[in-house]
Design a protein around this ligand. Structure first.
Ligand code: ATP
Length: 245
């Protein structure tokens, strides 16, 4: 089953295309690294896939053909936004309670066990957790929804190297449990070790997309070199701006 399919998908803000003419098929069962420089269109693509941003053009479906944002799709996708929205003033246990009331599917045992395993105290206020613990709490809430697809927008940005390792280990564990994962970063090196599928975006356009094994086989170079080569094949910025229709 394909977890995300886009067909000539585009989103324009005023005269600038944040994402343009994006046709992609992302098969399930992967840890997908969506990489590209700041402003490449990563968040725009992800928020359209989870139904938070409306396309200007084209279509996006998820999980075998569900329209993005449909109730069935929302039920089976967990999205953690860039700023991991959490209530800072609540104790962790209350944060879980709020999340439980907001979600139809909720595995309380899974959430509590996970936090205990990570040593995150239920009574501590969310605002007093470290950056790594907050990221793990956001991931725990996402996983407690028992999603088929987990979408994480720049989850590593504010984490130190140890917290990054721990977070990525959790992502690999989720994938081993059968959850397809898409995560974005502007640094491929952060994801290279865990990614099994790579999408490189730049200036709102897909530069390369494919299974890591196949890319490594066909390009005869490391993943970072492949990404850099495609990023350097630059497109004039004028092509991203056009008169509003
Ligand atoms: P970053 O790595 O910095 O988070 P990104 O790859 O996620 O960047 P997007 O956030 O998708 O990139 O932004 C792509 C382009 O769309 C940028 O030029 C950005 O300024 C523009 N953009 C995104 N959201 C909006 C908005 N709500 N209004 C206007 N322009 C926007």
């Amino acid at each position: 089953m394909n977890v995300i399919e886009t067909n000539h998908l585009g989103r324009r803000y005023r005269r600038t295309w944040a994402l343009r003419d994006c046709t992609l098929i992302i098969p399930g069962g992967h840890i997908v690294a969506l990489v590209g420089p700041n402003g490449a269109g990563k968040t725009t693509l992800l928020t359209m896939a989870v139904g938070l941003t409306r396309p200007t053009r084209g279509t996006v479906t998820v999980l075998g053909g569900e329209p993005a944002g449909s109730p069935d799709a929302l039920d089976r996708i967990a999205f953690v936004a860039q700023d991991a929205p959490l209530y800072r003033n609540l104790p962790v246990a209350d944060m879980l309670h709020v999340a439980r009331n907001l979600n139809r599917r909720w595995d309380a045992r899974r959430a509590e066990d996970r936090l205990a395993r990570l040593g995150i105290p239920a009574r501590q206020r969310v605002g007093e957790l470290s950056g790594g613990q907050k990221a793990q709490l956001a991931l725990t809430i996402a996983l407690a929804r028992r999603p088929s697809l987990l979408v994480l927008d720049e989850p590593l940005a504010s984490l130190d190297p140890v917290a990054r390792e721990d977070f990525l280990a959790s992502v690999v564990e989720a994938a081993a449990d059968g959850i397809s994962v898409v995560l974005s970063s502007h640094v491929l090196a952060e994801l290279e070790r865990v990614a099994t599928y790579l999408i490189v975006l730049a200036r709102g356009e897909v530069r390369v997309a494919g299974a890591v094994k196949e890319l490594l086989g066909s390009h005869g170079a490391g993943l970072e070199q492949i990404a850099i080569r495609h990023l350097r094949a630059d497109v004039p910025s004028a092509s991203r701006t056009e008169a509003a229709e």
